[in-house]
Design a protein around this ligand. Structure first.
Ligand code: NAD
Ligand code: MG
Length: 400
């Protein structure tokens, strides 16, 4: 029996995880659930899964949840605040932590899980991207087990049987091919990017996801973050990782070997498949995802990414080569730019410009502690906010 903490249980990945858990009740018990502020959904999840702990970042929302649970006669203990997230990630009774908070907000709890030797299912790519060396060292030192549930990385993991403790070169790997759907603007002419609205950007053609990752997919920063994620997860040098556009999102990624073999993992685009793979690993369990009907899919197509229209992918790959401080600044500037775009304060085409400005303004510096990560992140956020303020769009028309 695995005992789970699910960080970000009310989000897209969190809800899919609970769906897989509910299909396999003999294997999993939920010890703790956590979210930012959605006490209504967290209450429903508590009624269904009866965790020992429920954490909400926001105190007022935690108070509302506590009252509802008491009224319902449930004994779940409600905690609030960022430290409580770390606490439930490191509880001795917990075997498995699903890291599905969005953004660098998930770093400390994910690291707490890594330091306490848990089996970690990682969706929260920003945590790994911003602290790769620290995170991987914590996993190694504690004997934690890190399993990717980002669909591309899960696919690569599945295509790399027996990789553990060996380098990619030892395994005869020549290239890692990350597939990308290309997002909703794959065929949109560059001249129309400035007019893209938040509603258009979050309408992904193949996946239903949280708002931030949906915008990241539309700018292709998501793929840039995933290149960096693959670098850390598989100790892959940047030149070994390539991105290929595959609009159907059926081939989730591929590994090419030195003998010319290419091994891919396929499936319908449904996050429950990689989640179930990692939850059950090394066994296979039911996920609830539909089985792939290749005749119905018909065609699978592939093309090269267009770095002119999607500069975020290039900026992310440049940052990876520039080093850890550039990557932390990249992530921070992206989080700020996406939030400002969703709030309609900057345009879609401003996102890459703003990120590149912040990355280039960040001095190269060594990163050897969590404090270093958080200091560089804070500074880059300030720079990004200042750059946003400079190009802010008028909010609403006043007067006539
Ligand atoms: P989402 O916005 O749907 O959910 C985010 C969750 O995190 C929510 O439960 C929210 O309450 C919680 N949260 C946000 N900020 C928090 C904070 N400061 N403290 C505590 N909880 C907080 O996002 P999502 O789409 O589920 O994505 C989650 C992560 O998984 C992201 O890093 C994303 O890149 C990654 N991911 C998502 C998908 C997908 O299909 N959605 C696929 C691959 C990777
Ligand atoms: Mg992905």
């Amino acid at each position: 029996m695995q005992h789970l903490t699910i960080l970000g249980s009310t989000g897209s990945v969190g809800v899919s995880t609970l769906d897989v858990v509910a299909r396999n009740p003999q294997r999993f018990a939920v010890t703790a659930l956590a979210a930012r502020s959605r006490d209504d959904l967290l209450f429903e999840q508590c009624c269904r899964f009866k965790p020992e702990y429920a954490v909400l970042l926001e105190t007022a929302a935690a108070g509302r949840l506590q009252k509802k649970l008491q009224d319902a006669g449930l004994s779940t203990m409600v905690l609030s605040g960022a430290e409580a997230l770390e606490k439930i990630a490191a509880l001795p009774a917990v075997t498995t932590v699903v890291a599905a908070i969005v953004g660098i907000a998930g770093l400390r709890p994910a690291l707490a899980a890594a330091r306490s030797g848990k089996k970690i299912l990682l969706a929260n790519k920003e945590a790994l991207v911003t602290s790769g060396a620290l995170f991987m060292a914590a996993v190694r030192d504690s004997g934690a087990e890190l399993l990717p549930i980002d669909s591309e990385h899960n696919a690569i993991f599945q295509a790399l049987p027996g990789m553990r403790d060996r380098t990619l070169a030892d395994c005869g790997v020549r290239r890692i091919l990350l597939t990308a759907s290309g997002g909703p603007f794959r065929n949109l002419p560059a001249g129309q990017f400035a007019r893209i609205t938040p509603e258009e950007a979050i309408a992904h053609p193949n996946w239903v996801m949280g708002r931030k990752i949906s915008v990241d997919s539309a700018t292709m920063m998501n793929k840039g973050l995933e290149v960096i994620e693959a670098h850390w997860l598989f100790s892959a040098p940047p030149e070994v990782i390539e991105v290929v556009i595959h609009p159907q999102s059926v081939v989730h990624s591929l590994v090419e070997y030195c003998d010319g073999s290419v091994i891919a993992q396929l499936g319908n685009p449904d996050m429950r498949t990689p989640i179930a793979h990692a939850l059950g690993y090394p066994e296979r369990i039911a996920s609830g995802a539909d089985f792939l009907d290749l005749a119905r899919v018909g065609n699978l197509s592939f093309e090269s990414p267009d770095l002119e229209r999607f500069p975020c992918l290039r900026i992310a790959c440049d940052a990876l080569r520039a080093g850890d401080s550039a990557v932390i600044a990249l992530n921070a500037a992206n989080e700020v730019a996406v939030a400002e775009f969703l709030d309609r304060r900057i345009g879609f085409a401003d996102i890459p410009e703003l990120i590149e400005k912040v990355v280039l303004a960040t001095p190269v510096q060594s990163v050897s502690s969590l404090d270093d990560v958080e200091r560089i992140d804070r500074k880059a956020r300030e720079e990004a906010m200042a750059a946003c303020a400079e190009r802010c769009m008028p909010q609403t028309a006043t007067g006539s």
